[in-house]
Design a protein around this ligand. Structure first.
Ligand code: PGA
Ligand code: ZN
Length: 418
């Protein structure tokens, strides 16, 4: 079986910013379409997103060059492959690009093609994507981390922490987890309105009010959990500091919204205090992407009771995961396919994380589309957690809804819990 043609287009993401869409057509008529997502608080070590830079079109954010790279360079090379597999497609994409960070063709181009090829192959074998990728052992529904209060680079409010999430660990099934999450989300909206606070939402669908600080935000979350009728055994909290955004050149941290400055030691002490005072299950990027020594120290301090998730720290990159694990930094890995640029390398990162005993959290980006491939990937690898934003906004619910379909159509709804 061969690839007959590949088409590509510049489409829009959930922020109204251009992104790459690719469709792979096989000779038997099967096809698959995929879109690249895009981050706002991107890590320094991520694979590169190719943008046109023409200020007169889309403020320089067009992706027409990346699209042309697909039709003019990637398509002819992939159409020449004698036997199409996900591994062969990705090997060719990596070889064609030829750089360590996909900067020549762009990870937005390579990922769209990589995922589109996987979807086309799944269609060829008449299997859902999660089954095609994961085989019969793909049987577990992930626990969702739902970002219901947005701050940082994802909202125009005064909160420096980027994400305040609820984690319905005590649900009896995946569909119940979605219900609990949605009920708490609505309870939070009502509570904010009652307090006279803004109930407008940020980039990931969470509310984005001005609040006095992290503790006040966590109190709001707990109040919403209680008002929805749940307890701290059923619903835990999680934070993403996205602290790489705060790292100053001198090794200290400068929180842009509050204007506060602190040393790595003071920041670590702040997280320790929060983890001791609130039912916090997981802390993502509590420190910067280049601050391995303090990551390791914080992991030694609280890593036994809190999941410490490396996002910008690891950027879904096996070399960085290997180094971090050797240094004892973090105990979980955020997995974002577009940070590395192909499906195969994404799956390699999950496998390596598992080898080091690091849990995987499969994640969307703040700039998303209706593409839900990341939900299938999560089930394919039996990921314990996913992070797809609030249970609100179509590009977020596309992923939760896809998981609901997988759960209910395959008898997997009850295979829930870590
Ligand atoms: P991003 O945010 O997609 O804007 O990078 C998500 C995250 O930091 O987890
Ligand atoms: Zn993050």
């Amino acid at each position: 079986m061969r690839i007959q043609k590949i088409t590509a287009a510049q489409v829009l993401d959930s922020r109204g910013t251009p992104t790459v869409s690719a469709t792979v057509w096989l000779t038997d008529g099967a096809s698959g379409t995929a879109n690249a997502p895009s981050g706002a608080s991107t890590g320094k070590f991520e694979a590169v997103e190719k943008r046109d830079g023409d200020k007169k079109r889309y403020f320089g954010k067009g992706v027409e060059k990346a699209v042309r790279g697909i039709t003019e360079e990637i398509a002819p090379a992939l159409c020449a492959l004698r036997h199409v597999t996900v591994g062969e497609v990705d090997r060719m994409l990596i070889e064609l690009d030829g750089t360590a960070n996909k900067e020549r063709l762009g990870a937005n181009a390579t990922l769209a093609v990589s995922l589109a090829a996987a979807k086309a192959l799944a269609a060829h074998y008449r299997q859902p994507l999660f089954r095609f990728l994961g085989g019969e052992s793909a049987r577990r529904m992930p626990v969702p981390m739902m970002n219901i209060l947005n701050g940082g680079a994802h909202a125009a409010n005064n909160l420096d922490v980027q994400e305040f999430m609820i984690v319905p660990v005590g649900a009896g099934s995946f569909s119940e987890a979605v219900r609990i999450g949605a009920e708490i989300y609505h309870a939070l909206g009502l509570l904010l309105r009652r307090k006279g606070l803004s109930a407008g939402v940020g980039d990931e669908g969470g509310f984005a009010p001005d609040l006095p600080g992290d503790e006040a935000a966590l109190e709001c979350l707990l109040e919403a959990v209680r008002e929805a009728g749940y307890g701290e055994d059923a619903v835990k909290l999680a934070l993403d500091g996205a602290a790489s955004e705060w790292a100053a050149p001198d090794g200290t941290y400068r929180l842009p919204k509050s204007g506060r400055s602190c040393t790595p030691g003071q920041l670590s002490a702040h997280w320790e205090k929060l983890a001791a005072s609130y039912p916090i299950l997981s802390l993502e990027d509590p420190l910067g992407e280049e601050d391995l020594p303090h990551w390791a120290a914080l992991t030694a301090q609280i890593g036994k009771k809190v999941m410490l998730v490396g996002d910008d720290l690891f950027v879904t990159n096996t070399a960085r995961i290997r180094e971090g694990a050797a240094r004892g930094a973090a105990n979980a890995v955020l997995i974002k396919p577009n940070q590395i640029g192909t499906l195969t390398e994404t799956l390699d990162a999950v496998a390596l994380a598992g080898k080091h005993g690091y849990r995987a959290v499969l994640s969307h980006r703040s700039g998303e589309t209706e593409d839900a491939a990341v939900a299938d990937i999560a089930v394919a690898v039996n990921a314990p957690y996913v992070k797809f934003g609030a249970p609100c906004r179509g590009e977020r619910t596309a992923k939760y809804n896809r998981l609901l379909h997988i759960a209910l159509e395959n008898g997997l709804d009850g295979n829930y819990g870590v």
